[in-house]
Design a protein around this ligand. Structure first.
Ligand code: NDP
Length: 329
């Protein structure tokens, strides 16, 4: 059936300014790393993407190698743009990235101008787009001069293939260098995409300060620690869950120590009248330097549960102090 977006889609989502740019992003954004490859039916992808947009999620995050197989999440998202979201292209912020391994040989990985340029062209073809809104260097490559990697991002903007540029998982020091280089090139660094959750707080140790100072936004990935900060694993490892696949979330991370923290955090969430997932997402958004929190979901139910985090984003000092007892690495 033809998709018509919900006319009320902008009613309840919160949109936050990305650093000192003109761009606002939804407080909750949707990533297509897992669950959007050719291993799952397109109808499942469609249901999640439609519901997300109807809930005011305007930002969809991809990368060249999301799948499996590599590239298939972009292909599937491209199909959904063609069939569903095409008329709404100007209401969407679509991102892609290059940095990790994508194709064989020396030009399919890293931070060279050769790789980033060819990869972005491939991503655009797979998604059937003329441009992406944000193009990222997916990781710092110590073997490529930073000038070259940032030069490739700047060129993508000048060629009209990207509107903004971002970096992901760069250290505070390399982030400051990247921001300075890009500023000199005339293409400001829009955003940094780091991992961040109650079980992974590295960005509090310098990165957020750099981002605040440089006027760069932050979009935090894996805010649910890939599902550990939900009720998913409270009673074992369910079939079909990410931990059961033993790929990016290893079941041996579900140690008694971690489960103890997760249960304690779950109790705090219950007292706030929230699910653990909702509290975990609200917690990542408590710092105003965080623009958006970037979730993954395997069902519409999870998506709805997560977006409802926005119903209660405030924390008392006592709640934060209690969370700090368990929110440790
Ligand atoms: P999350 O921490 O949000 O984990 C998502 C997983 O948690 C889901 O697949 C699901 O697991 C489970 N889950 C989500 N909501 C609920 C819920 N309400 N109740 C129970 N379980 C739930 O994020 P991801 O690790 O998926 O990362 C999000 C996005 O961040 C990616 O899609 C990608 O866009 C980006 N990312 C970027 C990286 C980078 O290097 N820049 C690296 C990693 C991610 P299940 O599948 O078991 O149901």
């Amino acid at each position: 059936m033809t998709y018509i977006a919900d006319p009320d889609r902008y009613r309840s989502m919160e949109y936050r300014r990305t650093g000192r740019s003109g761009l606002r992003l939804p407080a909750v954004s949707l990533g297509l790393w897992h669950n959007f490859g050719h291993d799952r039916p397109l109808d499942d992808h469609r249901a999640v993407v439609r519901r997300a947009f109807d809930l005011g999620i305007t930002h969809f995050d991809l990368a060249n190698n999301y799948g499996p197989p590599y590239g298939s999440a972009e292909e599937n998202f491209g199909r959904l743009i063609a069939s569903d979201l095409g008329p709404y292209r100007d209401e969407l912020i679509i991102s892609s990235k290059a940095g990790y391994d994508m194709w064989p040989g020396p030009y399919g990985v890293g931070g060279s101008r050769k790789y980033l340029t060819a990869s972005l062209d491939q991503s655009l073809r797979r998604m059937g787009l003329e441009y992406v809104d944000i193009f990222y260097s997916h990781r710092f490559d110590p073997e490529t001069p930073l000038e070259e990697t940032m030069g490739a991002l700047d060129a993508a903007v000048r060629q009209g293939k990207a509107l903004y540029v971002g970096i992901s998982s760069y250290s505070p020091e390399k982030t400051a260098e990247a921001a300075s280089l890009l500023r000199q090139m005339g293409t400001p660094l829009l955003i940094h995409q780091p991992s961040y959750s109650m079980l992974n707080r590295w960005i509090e140790d310098g990165l957020l300060d750099v981002l605040g100072r440089e006027g760069v936004g932050a979009i935090t990935f894996s805010p649910l620690a890939q599902g550990m900060l939900t009720d998913r694993y409270l009673n074992g490892v369910p079939t079909g869950s990410r931990a059961s696949e033993n790929t990016s979330l290893r079941p041996d991370w579900l140690t008694e120590e971690n489960l103890g923290k997760i249960r304690a955090l779950n109790d705090i969430a219950a007292r706030r009248g929230q699910s653990l997932a909702q509290m975990a997402l609200a917690w990542t958004l408590r710092d105003p330097r965080v623009t958006s929190t970037l979730i993954g979901v395997s069902s519409v139910r999870q998506l709805e549960d997560n977006v409802a985090a926005l119903d209660n984003l405030s924390f008392s000092a006592e709640e934060l102090a209690e969370i700090d007892k368990y929110a440790t690495e």
